[in-house]
Design a protein around this ligand. Structure first.
Ligand code: ADP
Length: 300
């Protein structure tokens, strides 16, 4: 597991990173996240950094996020904020934190979507050596999708990985939403997943939660990735997720497909990849996601 610097308090983190005399001058909340509190910290040395915080028991959300950002940064293919550290602090009843380089909102560069597609394709083509401890697909540590744990046990088969580590745990958590007939249908669907999914041409590091809120314009005007749920898998699972909630330009898809053609039959597989995220939403936010889940299952 890739471990970031760990600090015993927020003040220690600031002093270690920016010098003994540096303190936090101002703490400004940032809206937009689902899971954590987010802040811009203005420092007495004139700089500013980004902080996410949660309860102290939830530190593992941040060590997992830092491991994911590190894996993305190591591909050197696409921008992502620099990790400054993680830690816990006894103040305010105890909290955990993640400190990152602050991304200022500046305007997008002229070729934003083409560049983003090319950079994502390059990330998907980067080496995945040493990212999975035992097997070809998975990740060397578990992480989170939203606030739910995402199991990343290594598998040599992508289809086995996706069945065992992605769909099955979500179906199990959502069991109360399904009746006996549904359960039989789900069992048959999982048993025959190899008739729908295909093994990838090459393993890819995936962002894992690639909706538009997790792509922000970085300090250089290009697309940067934040808040990942990384693992090694089939690149088309990332592309599928971009289509689930929308917000990506047609230019992005055209450029991506030129750089890294999708295997035939992607459109049917897209639903299966997105079923994972819809089930996760069903498990996190409730019944309003059930019709879409049933719709996809009904088509299989
Ligand atoms: P959550 O983990 O709760 O989903 P997010 O990662 O989505 O939180 O971040 C919360 C908010 O902070 C979003 O509006 C996001 O755009 C913004 N944000 C995330 N990372 C940075 C950063 N490094 N610099 C500036 N703003 C950021």
């Amino acid at each position: 597991m890739i471990t970031p610097p760990h600090f015993p308090s927020l003040a220690t983190a600031i002093q270690t990173l920016f010098g003994e005399r540096t303190q936090i001058e101002k703490t400004s909340p940032i809206s937009g996240g689902d899971i954590n509190e987010a802040y811009r910290l203005t420092l007495t040395d004139g700089g500013c950094i980004f902080m996410k915080s949660n309860t102290k028991e939830n530190l593992s959300l941040f060590t997992a996020e830092a491991a994911g950002l590190t894996a993305i940064a190591r591909t050197e293919a696409i921008g992502t904020p620099r990790i400054l550290g993680v830690g816990t602090d006894a103040g305010r009843g105890g909290f955990s934190f993640l400190l990152l380089e602050f991304i200022s909102s500046i305007s997008r560069g002229g070729n934003y979507w083409e560049d983003f597609a090319g950079q994502l394709a390059a990330m998907h083509r980067a080496s995945t050596d040493e990212l999975v401890s035992d097997g070809k697909y998975g990740f060397d540590s578990d992480n989170y999708i939203g606030r739910r744990r995402q199991v990343n046990t290594g598998y040599d088969s992508w289809i086995d990985f996706f069945r065992t580590c992605r769909l099955e745990p979500q179906f199990q958590s959502a069991a109360r939403y399904f009746d006996g007939e549904d359960r039989k249908r789900i069992g048959r669907f999982l048993d025959h997943l190899d008739e729908i999914l295909v093994e990838p041409e090459y393993p890819s590091l995936l962002h894992g939660d690639l909706w538009s809120g997790n792509v922000i314009t970085g300090n250089d005007g290009s697309a940067w990735l934040i808040d990942p749920a990384v693992y090694v898998g089939h690149a088309e699972a990332d592309i599928a997720m971009t289509e689930l909630f929308g917000g990506f330009s047609p230019v992005f898809y055209d450029t991506y497909k030129n750089a890294a053609p999708l295997q035939p039959g992607y459109e049917r597989r897209r639903d299966i990849y997105n079923l994972y995220h819809l089930l996760n939403h069903l498990n996190m936010f409730g019944r309003m996601y059930l019709p879409e889940v049933m719709h996809i299952l009904g088509r299989q």
